[in-house]
Design a protein around this ligand. Structure first.
Ligand code: ADP
Ligand code: MG
Length: 598
């Protein structure tokens, strides 16, 4: 099974890379154009074209579409079409050769510098800095001036001035990889530096090299044309795009086609290379590919053809009915939760318990459309907040309900609080997002809230930054922000997991007290039955994206129906029962093993 997966995986990723590239319309156009141009220049020698260098003074400067000369002739009577195709051949060959040379040398420098570090790195990079200190076209001119004009010398010059781009990019990436554990492991296994570089580093930096090549190839062709235009590249009578442009310049007004034709060709090549390069970068960059850099929309995508079950508990504050939320992967949707139905009555505390990865957070985030889309999508179900289906709400209404009707407390308060603002200001912001209150009143309310959640000396503490608070205090600030607008429902997603046991107990007490006092409904997510038994009236057990058991906490604790619930309950350690706890865990693993083999 796993061998099969390994065998099919590379083929399928390659397939999706292709498909991804082809879904980028611009890149596809660039790709097709480049293929056409490449085919043309490959077949040039067998095409029935006149000699590109044969002059015919009688036929000079014929316009386009003249008999025998489709694109006309130049100032020496040479056929422009023939020169164009032969010239394109030269320009592209030189541009690509320069790209390959720059890529090989630059990447080698980058990899060695990044891998070696220390003095070698310093020395090599200062050398690269010296190259980069000159404007590169000026440097190319200087190199050609020193080497003498000619196509090969132009090629060397362009390759040299582009080395720094590769060296810099590749060194940065190599530096990151060469400190990683898998490289250390390879080194510790006794492999030599060359072998580590070739087997461990190179495959990882290859995408960066390809991306840099695809985005600089267009430039290099342009630079080749630039040098030839100045008379430093191709020498007469040889045609390349730059020299054709340069020679046509004198006839710009009398016979514009002589320079326009090679100009258009340069434009087409460079633009198609650039859009294709952008497309390749989007496909090869894993972050862009997973959609992480694609900015998620303001709410989760909802499938148009979803099933909308009716609200089976109209008296509840929150009813989740048959919720199915998944993530797009290519054209497929991988569902993370399926058929989840939950009902949260006013003033009730419902525990949602399950192991990590069982879909608790996805369920919780789906309630207010907070699952990032792309790639998230709600494909089925309905979420009733009172009488309204949240999934059918207009976006503005949904956004105004967040924090006002339903608010969240998240697991890690350090990542949810802004590190650069004092905490008081952040609570004020939560208040002013939904209420119109004056500055000083807003501040008073924020301080009162901080006081309410048990921050000592709230007035002074309001000016402190998150890093000046302890973990428990930060979580209290998170709770204060959730309370800011007196919501009907608070969803707390593992709010105490990052805290130690004593602080956890105090936070739980606080949540419970606040909930009783304000009559809010609380959806409490955790993986710990101990916590559930402390604060929840009812509990829903979640496994692999589905609810396997629901009931009053006492009932479920006393008579768990599902095997999985029993195991979760068995995992709650009791004080002074260390040995038996381990025994239970060992038994549990034995059971799992037997389950897996049968
Ligand atoms: P937990 O119960 O620990 O809160 P989650 O609800 O976060 O688990 O995750 C449920 C499932 O959804 C997991 O299998 C996870 O891999 C998947 N998942 C969560 N977020 C994403 C995402 N952005 N892209 C793809 N899959 C995701
Ligand atoms: Mg979670």
């Amino acid at each position: 099974m796993s061998a099969l997966a390994e065998m099919t995986a590379p083929a399928s990723t390659r397939l999706t890379s292709w498909r991804l590239l082809l879904t980028n319309r611009l890149a596809t156009v660039g790709f097709v154009l480049l293929i056409l141009i490449t085919l043309l220049i490959i077949v040039v020698p067998v095409l029935p074209l006149p000699d590109p260098d044969a002059t015919a003074p009688v036929d000079r400067l014929k316009p386009v579409f003249s008999a025998g000369h489709l694109l006309g002739t130049d100032q020496l009577g040479r056929d422009i079409l023939s020169r164009l195709l032969w010239g394109t051949r030269v320009s592209i060959a030189v541009g690509f050769a320069a790209t390959v040379i720059a890529a090989v040398l630059g990447s080698a420098i980058g990899i060695v510098a990044g891998y070696a570090g220390g003095r070698t790195d310093n020395l090599m990079m200062r050398g690269i800095d010296m190259l980069m200190a000159f404007p590169y076209i000026l440097l190319a001119l200087a190199i050609v001036a020193a080497l003498g004009p000619g196509l090969m010398n132009a090629l060397y010059a362009i390759a040299i001035v582009n080395i720094p781009f590769f060296a810099r990019n590749v060194r940065g990436v190599t530096l990151g990889y060469s400190r990683r554990e898998f490289v250390d492991a390879a080194r510790l296994s006794g492999r030599g530096h060359v072998s580590v570089i070739l087997a461990e580093i190179l495959p990882n930096v290859l995408p960066v090299i390809v991306i840099t090549m695809s985005t600089t190839a267009g430039w290099m062709i342009l630079e080749t044309a630039g040098l030839s235009f100045l008379g430093l590249g191709a020498q007469p009578p040889q045609a390349d795009l730059g020299s054709m442009l340069g020679e046509g310049r004198a006839q710009l007004f009398t016979a514009p086609h002589v320079s326009i034709v090679p100009g258009v060709m340069i434009f087409l090549i460079v633009i198609s290379l650039n859009v294709l390069g952008d497309g390749i970068r989007d496909v090869l960059d894993p972050r862009l590919r997973s959609g992480a850099l694609a900015r998620p929309g303001p709410s989760t995508e909802v499938a148009r053809d979803r099933d909308v079950p009716a609200n089976s508990a109209p008296e509840a504050s929150l009813s989740i009915e048959g919720l199915e939320t998944g993530f797009r992967r290519g054209e497929n949707i991988v569902s993370a939760v399926r058929g989840v139905s939950l009902h949260l009555k006013p003033g009730e505390c419902l525990g949602l318990i399950g192991e990590s990865g069982s879909g608790k957070s996805v369920t919780a985030l789906s309630v207010m459309g907070l699952v990032a889309s792309p790639p998230g999508i709600v494909s089925n179900g309905a979420i009733y907040l009172g009488p309204d289906d949240v999934l059918a709400m207009p976006q503005t209404q949904l956004i105004s309900a967040r924090g006002r009707r339903v608010s969240y407390v998240f697991q890690d308060p350090l990542t949810t609080l802004h590190p650069m603002y004092p905490i008081g200001r952040q609570v004020e912001e939560a208040i002013s997002a939904h209420q119109r209150v004056g500055g000083s009143e807003c501040r008073e309310r924020a301080i009162a809230l901080l006081d309410k959640v048990g921050i000592p000396d709230a007035r002074e503490r309001a000016d402190h930054y998150p890093h000046q608070l302890s973990g428990g205090q930060r979580q209290r600030v998170g709770i204060a922000m959730a309370l800011a607008n007196d919501p009907e429902i608070i969803i707390a997603d593992e709010p105490t997991t990052a805290l130690d046991v004593t602080v956890q107990a105090r936070i739980l007490e606080l949540l419970r007290a606040l909930q009783r006092e304000r009559g809010m409904a609380l959806l409490f997510i955790t993986h710990d039955f101990g916590v559930v038994s402390e604060i929840c009236d009812r509990v829903a057990v979640m496994k692999d994206g589905e609810i396997v058991e629901t009931g009053a906490t006492k009932e479920v604790l006393a008579h768990p129906q599902h095997d999985y619930t029993k195991r979760l309950i068995a995992c709650v350690p009791e004080l002074g029962t260390g040995a038996s706890f381990l025994e239970r865990v060992a038994k549990l693993f034995g059971a799992q093993h037997r389950g897996a083999t049968t």
